[in-house]
Each structure stands twice: as structure tokens, then as C-alpha cells.
Design a protein around this ligand. Sequence first.
Ligand code: TYD
Length: 213
Amino acid sequence: MAIKKPFFISFEGVEGSGKSTQAKLLYKFIKKKITKKVILTREPGGTPFAEKIRNILLDNKIKNNPLTEFFLLMAARNDHVVNKINYYLKKKFIIICDRFFYSTLAYQHYLEGMNKKFISNVQKKIFSRIHPDITFLIDLDKKESKKRISKRNKKTNRFDKLSTHDFNKIRNGFLKISKIYKNKITIINGRKSLNEIQKNINKKTLKLLNVGN
Ligand code: TYD
């Protein structure tokens, strides 16, 4: 089935919220039920170059200066947008991205205290015309997030070890962002079951893509 316009879906949320799982599930759902022209990608990362930067950023041992980290994130994003997102948008694919620029506001502005205008100006340079059509923000409290992260098999990175204070700065940051972009962001209660969340996301996506159930 042909989708009329390029469609860009992003997933956002705190660590352990289940956003990566839901992004994967939506990808499979779209591929099976709607169109093969869909890709799943992530930030930081998504291209070989940006994945290298991701590894530097997520290294357990390094805590970079916020500005150094910001420019690494932006270098990764620029590569991702120039070499992947733009390409697939032109080919009219549906793009599902695990984290995008609301994460930069939540982490670099609300957590690290970087100037919002400065962040926005740099981002405008990278993607003047790109804005996710819809974002699913999976909201979760620290207690539940911690429980889930400790159950994961994969090794934790330094972001997974945030204090409650910092975690709440990010979480509340996302909630503030969702008020600013209220017609773009759908907040999902991350405490609901995986299945329930998935159904909700699929339904909303079908409606937005105008393909019915
Ligand atoms: P992610 O892979 O989503 O971590 P997880 O799977 O554990 O949720 O993202 C890696 C980290 O990068 C995450 O803690 C948030 C951070 N990040 C920023 O600080 N700014 C950004 O712009 C982006 C995209 C991510």
C-alpha cells in the first residue's frame, strides 16, 4: 500500500521505558500489514559513522563535558540525517527512529542545562525541514525503570545509572516538551503491558497513515 507522504515516526522516553521494544514491534507491524517501504533506525547511531560515535558516547567509563557530548551527538545526527533519513524520505519510506531531537532537549537542555536557543539553532542547521510527524513518548517512573534495567541481560551504560534527581529532570523535561509540541507527541503510560501499549500504538499509526484497520 502506498503512503501518500513521507512519514516519520519517532519514539522517545527515559531509559528502560520500553521504547526500543515498541519501535521494533511497530516496524514489524507496518512491514507485515501496511508496506515493505519502512525502516527502523536509531539515535545516536543509524549509520556506520554515527554508530562509532554512539560507542564513544555510551562508553561506561567516560563522562564527557556536556558541550563535547552535544557536538558528538550533533555530528552523529548530521551523518544520520544526510546519509540515511533524507535518502529514505525521498524514497517515500516510513521511517521509525528510536530517539530523535526531543531527546536532545530532554538530556542536553533539561538535564545538562544547555541553552535551548543554542541547541535549536544547531539543530535547524542539520534538519531545517525535518520534524517527526508523530512521536510516541513512553513515560515511566524511576522505580519501574530501575527494575526493568536490572532485569536486562545487556550491559548497562552510564546513562542507565542516573540518580533519581537526574532521571526526573529528564522525565519532566519530556513531559514539558510534550506540552510544547502537543499535536505531535502522544504520551503513553509505560506501566501498561507491552501488548496494550503495542495495540494503542498500532491503532494510532493506522489512523495517522489513513489506512484503516
Ligand atoms: P538509547 O540507545 O536510547 O539508550 P537506551 O536504549 O538505554 O534507552 O540512547 C542512548 C543515550 O543517549 C540515552 O541515554 C540518551 C542519550 N541521548 C542524548 O543525551 N541526546 C540525544 O540527542 C540523543 C538522541 C540521545
